[in-house]
Design a protein around this ligand. Structure first.
Ligand code: NDP
Length: 316
């Protein structure tokens, strides 16, 4: 069976940054890309907030650059999905990963960089308008809607945060909440209430995102009265939560109730020796490419130290 010092699972900014650092430390890392090489950023257009790109860069182009940078130092990039993991609880032991339900590889350190996926409503019209006015990230895409009216759907902290963020850029933000109350924390709800250009439509369900080439509005229904209406808007932001892609580690590693992997504060270390969690798989607060990249760096540095410490322990 193949044995490696360092296997990185996932190929977003966290995975590639971990690979750059691990490869430069001569850990000869292997990356398994997952089904979407490059991760969430390959589905966005301009990235304007990643330092070092004064003119901005297209998401797929940035991920291509990161891939090349990781390869330049000797990372082996493999298109494949880790479909099962058998993580060891004992320091120094190999962790077993099963690739595409067949091939098995052993890794002394595993860097989890599997990311998270934004949840969507599941409407056909929402899917068709993705990248043409439909977004799941106000911080990433809000700027493109400066001066335009937008709709945000959701009732949690994310929706409240996205609505208040967008309210600074847009003349009007309509927040669609499906119940008669919000799930968001009190303080976030107060921020929404105190923002004059946010209008909350309670008991409101989204029926259809309207528009041919770009979004022109949203057809909604009041679930109390059954009345349908159209909210005119050029942007439609879905903020109904994210799901970390951590199902394969369920029951083996410490996670919160939603599935975000728990790391020791200020580190990428998990409760398992030699297993490090980076990027959106362990971060429900920031979820930015730059924070993912930073945590990828931490994961690789910690993997390197772990391998060094273990070698010292074996030799002594
Ligand atoms: P949550 O799961 O907390 O909330 C999701 C919201 O979306 C709920 O109000 C839910 O409605 C609504 N929703 C779900 N499905 C649909 C649907 N199909 N149609 C319409 N509405 C829907 O997710 P968040 O992303 O808001 O938050 C996740 C975690 O991250 C939380 O712990 C939160 O506190 C944290 N967070 C913290 C922030 C901060 O502190 N600055 C910022 C952002 C997130 P319903 O209420 O009816 O179930």
């Amino acid at each position: 069976m193949e044995k490696h010092d360092c296997v990185i699972i996932g190929s977003g900014p966290a995975g590639y940054t971990a690979a750059i650092y691990a490869a430069r430390a001569d850990l000869k890392p292997i990356i398994y890309t997952g089904l979407e090489p490059g991760g969430q950023l390959t589905t966005t257009t301009d990235v304007e907030n990643f330092p070092g790109y004064p003119e901005g860069i297209m998401g797929p182009a940035m991920m291509e650059d990161l891939r090349k940078q990781a390869e330049r130092f000797g990372t082996e990039i493999r298109f494949g999905m880790v479909t099962k993991a058998e993580l060891s609880k004992i320091g120094g032991e190999y962790h077993k990963l099963i690739i595409d339900e067949s091939k098995e590889v052993l890794a002394r350190t595993v860097i989890i960089a599997t990311g998270a996926s934004a949840k969507y409503l599941g409407l056909e019209s929402e899917k068709n308008m993705m990248g043409h006015g439909v977004s799941a990230c106000a911080i990433c895409d809000g700027f493109f809607f400066k001066g335009k009216d937008v709709v945000v759907v959701g009732g949690g902290d994310s929706a409240a945060e996205e609505a208040t963020y967008l309210a600074k850029l847009c003349p009007k933000v309509t927040l669609l909440v499906r119940k008669d109350h919000m799930k968001a924390s009190q303080i976030m709800q107060q921020r929404v209430e105190n923002t004059a250009n946010i209008e909350v439509l309670w008991n409101t369900e989204t029926l259809e995102v309207l528009g041919e080439k770009t979004v022109t509005g949203v057809r909604v229904k009041n679930t109390e009265t059954g009345e349908e209406s159209v909210v005119e808007a050029e942007g439609f932001f879905v903020a109904i939560g994210h799901k970390p892609n951590t199902d394969i580690f369920q029951g083996q590693i410490d996670m919160d109730e939603v599935g975000y992997i728990k790391t020791k504060p200020g580190t990428a270390s998990t409760n398992l020796p030699g297993v490090f969690a980076t990027g959106d798989a362990q971060d429900k607060n920031y979820r930015q490419a730059i924070t993912a990249a930073g945590s990828g760096c931490m994961g690789a540095l910690e993997a390197e130290r772990y391998l060094q410490e273990y070698e010292v322990a074996v030799e002594s």
